[in-house]
Design a binder for this molecule. Sequence first.
Ligand code: AMP
Length: 186
Amino acid sequence: MTRLIFLGPPGAGKGTQAKVLSETSGIPHISTGDILRSAVSQGTVLGQKAQSYMDRGELVPDELILELIHECLTQFDGEPGWILDGFPRNVAQAVFLDDLLKDTNQSYEAVINLEVPDEVLVSRMLSRGRDDDNESVIRNRLKVYRQQTAPLIDYYRDRQKLMSVNGNQTMEAVTSDLKDLVEGSS
Ligand code: AMP
């Protein structure tokens, strides 16, 4: 059983690395960003409510995300676990997750923090060309990350769950470091 949380600033490579790990290990990858983007493109009620926040680089309100995560994790409560990417994004979401896991007798092995310097993040995001990747939105997403998400580094360090990986390497080198770390922690 492997349950992992990927933490790190936007553009750190969380989505890419979580996807590779999911494909090589067969552990389901749950990306709140991907779920929201698909809700937006399908024009669902969730997508309509989330779009303006995403376009501005703000976090979508907790009530929308928490319902979504509740559904996903009660659905994936058996083997072989899950890889969470993009959730939690603030302390309230982390507390909700801890309560939900306690209620469903689940726990996570590790929270992986991908570390990448700011100037590298901005150039990576500008080059990937997603709808919410123009420069002012990118700067806002980094600001939101620092204010709301970065406090989770201490939250998980205090709980002895935090593992850091240097994300400022080639994609292959990051994948290899992650693989070693995950195999060592399980
Ligand atoms: P991501 O693909 O993880 O960078 O997410 C893209 C956008 O989706 C973010 O900028 C937020 O607007 C929204 N989003 C994704 N995950 C969350 C979350 N856990 N809480 C709030 N908003 C989220």
